[in-house]
Design a binder for this molecule. Structure first.
Ligand code: CDP
Length: 247
């Protein structure tokens, strides 16, 4: 059976990462935070004194990226975030990272039966055949507030107004770039988390997975349900914050 792929896309700090990790844990799937790939390229390039605007230098770093680079402790800072968004606009960087992401989805590590990938272009470019696609979003202010609190929580300095401005610049860059711009796949379900906490977002996402694939967390099967078969319901998750495919 082909591995189950769950594609989660959306702008910065919308809650994709938390959601992807929880879905992967409860459904026993592998998880790849694809933003870490772009962040690792950016961090290595900055460390070598390179310029994120230099497409050839960034592509060379992406081609030489090793799995161990994803575990660097310095990937979440604002300088790396901004540089990640710059290097990710270079087609050579994206091409170099595409195979790794597709291989992860096609043959998830540790023999897992599927994978959750989160990023900007998973549903549109990396895994356009994924049966479950979520586009997680929230207002810029809510997202900036979350990122600000995340930075403070890690003991880093942070000024909310700066975080908001930088996030809006990054969103604009991600949305307006020529290759793999940030946008929902036509068959993605939009999950607006502005007024949803992590638990509510998780519940809505689980309902979507069940509706699209019949897959439910172990121990939550309903009598008479056939695991692995699409549910009979057309099943839009029952929350006002969830919208169906956009087109
Ligand atoms: O955690 P946050 O949402 O702030 O960012 P991230 O997912 O770690 O991604 C960092 C940057 O990498 C983004 O601003 C994008 O420019 C880029 N990225 C991308 O282009 N494609 C992806 N699939 C994932 C990230």
């Amino acid at each position: 059976m082909a591995p189950l792929v769950i594609a989660i896309d959306g702008p910065a700090a919308a809650g994709k990462g938390t959601l992807a990790r929880r879905l992967a844990a409860v459904l026993d799937l592998a998880h790849l935070d694809t933003g870490q790939l772009y962040r690792a390229v950016a961090a290595l390039l900055l460390q070598a004194g390179g310029d994120p605007a230099d497409a050839a230098a960034a592509a060379a770093v992406a081609e030489a990226l090793r799995p161990a680079d994803l575990a660097r402790p310095d990937l979440r800072g604002e300088a790396v975030s901004a540089a990640a968004s710059e290097v990710s606009a270079h087609p050579g960087v994206r091409a170099a990272l595409l195979d790794f992401q597709r291989r992860f989805a096609a043959t998830p590590p540790e023999g897992r039966s599927g994978a959750v990938l989160d990023g900007r272009d998973i549903g549109t470019v990396v895994c356009p055949e994924a049966p479950v696609k979520l586009f997680v979003t929230a207002s810029p202010e809510a997202r900036a507030r979350r990122r600000h609190e995340e930075l403070l929580g890690r003991g880093e300095e942070s000024i909310y107004a700066h975080v908001l401005t930088e996030m809006q610049a990054r969103d604009a860059r991600d949305r307006d770039r020529a290759v793999a711009p940030l946008r929902p796949a036509t068959d993605a379900v939009i999950l607006d988390t502005t007024a949803l906490d992590a638990d509510a977002a998780f519940t809505a996402a689980l309902e979507l997975v069940a509706a699209r694939t019949g897959r439910v967390p172990p121990g939550k099967e309903k009598p008479g349900r056939h695991p692995g078969r699409p549910s009979e319901t057309t099943g839009r998750p029952a929350t006002d914050n969830v919208k169906g495919p956009t087109e």
